[in-house]
Design a protein around this ligand. Sequence first.
Ligand code: ADP
Ligand code: ASP
Ligand code: MG
Length: 416
Amino acid sequence: MALIVHKYGGTSMGSTDRIKNVAKRVAKWHDAGYQIVVVPSAMSGETNRILGLAKEIMADPDPRELDMIASTGEQVSVGLLAIALQALGKKAVSYAGWQVPIKTDSSYTKARIASIDDAKVNADLAEGKIVIITGFQGVDELGNITTLGRGGSDTSAVAIAAALKAQECLIYTDVDGVYTTDPRVVSDARKLNTVTFEEMLEMASLGSKVLQIRSVEFAGNYRMPTRVLSSLTDPLMPLAEEIVSGTLISFEEDTNMEQATITGIAFNRDEAKLTVFGVPDKPGIAYQILGPIADANIEVDMIIQNQSVEGKTDFTFTVPRGDYNKAMDVLNESVKAHIGAGNIIGDSKVSKVSVVGVGMRSHVGIASQMFRTLSDEGINIQMISTSEIKISVLIDEKYMELAVRALHKAFGLEAA
Ligand code: ADP
Ligand code: ASP
Ligand code: MG
């Protein structure tokens, strides 16, 4: 019997009425003969609320304890959904990550899944039960509860689908698919019927939070067919219609597919930039600056080193805004200790806007069109980075939405 994994996000689980709707939808799939594993998120706002309680006590709490707290939202969701399914007469059982177990490393607040035991789940499925597993959480070697990073239930779902060799992983959310850009920013963004795995990976890594990046990595590594679709439609809509709705992440670049040069615009508001001036231009400098940043577990994204003048250069890089203060402290220490450079300055009010598309491989002039569009809007570009299928620019955060709208229009991405 074919197995399908369903994932429901926070809005989809946002009230007991919504949870009852989820149960109706899941029961419909089960009645149609599928085995179903459901991976829900915490009810919307819940993870923020409980993490906020910890921050009321201290600014920088112990990450192990944060995971202990953050993981509880999902535990409420699985229990409520099991009850809602039982109320419909279904056999349903819920599990926390540690009960499966979903084993992870010990990087609290951003743990990586190491293995998923399928024995218990398969036994339940064989008995005709619907199995509900917490998203977002796992357990490390020593039995500590871990979480997978914000938005991590997507990753739980795709990883569980891969471990159980599911036929498909359906990510139900509050939009009806992946759009050319966030429909909350551009109202005439267009829904994509398919998006290539590579494009989805870039879009997720560049800030489109519709899927957590690691879920896309799992989908790619295991070639797990994954579809993003709405949980807000009629839960009893005909299955044949639902099965083909939303956006499918495809693994082939089919030339018949919506073959535009640019597929989408991604953005990340929360960037920060640090610059070290007067760095001696000699071997090992980049390592001396960025080594301690990496040791502090801070991810560096864009990097620029200027042309040297009289043996000195400037070095600029970006980090996630949440790590800005920590990065500044690390940089102050290491520059003082090893480099003897001049000033360090920072700007924590910058954003990154990116155009993404596999079509870029065979088209020239995308970069110049992007830069011209930003120039026409009077938006200054602070940094640029490119790959084969994306171009990203760093700009002042106050122009971010303007830039996204202008680029969306310039590349003709709007709905017809
Ligand atoms: P969930 O709680 O279901 O995981 P998220 O809030 O994490 O939902 O992700 C869905 C949201 O992602 C949408 O409401 C939308 O605002 C946002 N989003 C960002 N970029 C895109 C995009 N390109 N297409 C669709 N949604 C996007
Ligand atoms: N509840 C977690 C969060 O808010 C995980 C998720 O929703 O995917 O980040
Ligand atoms: Mg999400």
